[in-house]
Ligand binder design. Structure first.
Ligand code: C2E
Ligand code: MG
Ligand code: MG
Ligand code: MG
Length: 287
């Protein structure tokens, strides 16, 4: 008995756990400060048409440059922001900012923004996005919201309403990280996705190989018959680009093309591709 009790006590006072909890609390308050002190930035990673090589979309990805700790990755702080609710403030700020940046791109370039379930369930979420688009003068059809399958684990009327309202307003939806969760075909059948993003573990992870090529091929075939575009994430080499293109993916994203870059570099990328000065898009000037 004494031994078992001792073990239980040890677990209760586990220093690693105490440290982890303290770290979490620190991160939480620092994240709230970061939002006030402008330590967050939005970077943009191109999503490229695999047949023409042209940029079709940029995905907005949040970056946190901490004055002492340096760069903190989203995988580290997004889960904490989700738990403490700061994700709502963070997301509102990011959507507004990214939409204003995207409004300066050519009309055929889309903006993709990641949304957590909590952001979607927040009161007034759909209205907030529509008014951010209006303020930025970005047409709704140029915005694509990336959601993951965990959104559908709970069937909440708020989520259904959100998707219906924004789809009716022509905002697009993409299913992110496909293949990592339940990968239920039911979701694809029920919701109006214009894109499915196949998770990078199928492309460049240790699991990638002949089997995952076959899966990408099957998903691409399904996408083709349903009119849904398939994006391959995590393309790091030209061989991977060729493999997913041969498997039927129409779009790709990854370090082979570009990492996520600041807004001025995204504009330069577009300018270079189109042979114009940044911001000097003929179609916009005419319109
Ligand atoms: P995600 O939405 O799947 O975004 C793609 C992630 O893969 C990004 O990581 C991107 O930098 C990384 N990536 C892109 N190409 C490659 C590649 O070729 N190789 C490798 N190894 N990685 C690549 P990042 O920016 O660290 O973001 C991680 C995740 O954090 C995102 O995954 C997304 O789930 C979340 N996240 C990022 N920004 C936001 C945001 O503003 N709001 C929300 N709710 N979540 C965000
Ligand atoms: Mg994403
Ligand atoms: Mg993804
Ligand atoms: Mg991911």
């Amino acid at each position: 008995h004494a031994k078992a009790d001792g073990r239980r006590q040890m677990r209760f006072f586990d220093p690693a756990m105490t440290r982890a909890l303290a770290h979490r609390r620190d991160m939480e308050s620092e994240l709230r400060m970061a939002l006030r002190r402008d330590e967050l930035s939005v970077y943009f990673q191109p999503i490229v048409d695999l047949s023409t090589g042209r940029v079709r979309c940029f995905e907005a990805l949040v970056r946190w440059f901490h004055p002492e700790r340096g760069e903190i990755t989203p995988d580290e702080f997004i889960p904490i922001a989700e738990e403490c609710g700061a994700i709502v403030t963070l997301g509102n700020w990011l959507t507004g900012h990214a939409a204003r940046v995207a409004a300066n791109w050519p009309d055929d370039v889309q903006l993709a923004v990641n949304l957590s379930p909590m952001q979607i369930k927040a009161p007034g979420a759909a209205l907030g996005i529509l008014s951010a688009l209006k303020d930025a003068q970005l047409p709704p059809e140029r915005l694509e919201l990336e959601v993951t399958e965990n959104l559908f684990l709970e069937d909440s009327p708020a989520i259904e309403l959100f998707i219906e309202e924004l789809s009716a307003a022509s905002v697009r939806f993409a299913l992110d990280d496909f293949g990592t969760g339940y990968s239920s075909l039911g979701y694809i059948n029920q919701w109006p996705f214009s894109k499915i993003k196949v998770d990078r573990s199928f492309v460049s992870g240790p699991q990638a190989g002949r089997k995952s090529d076959a899966i990408i091929r099957a998903v691409s075939q399904m996408g083709k018959s349903l009119g849904i575009e398939i994006v391959a994430e995590g393309l790091e080499t030209i061989d991977q680009v060729r493999a997913v293109r041969d498997a039927g993916c129409t779009l790709g994203q990854g370090f082979h093309f570009s990492r996520a870059v600041p807004d001025y570099q995204a504009a330069l990328l577009l300018a270079e591709e189109r042979g114009t000065a940044p911001g000097d898009w003929g179609d916009r000037l005419a319109g």
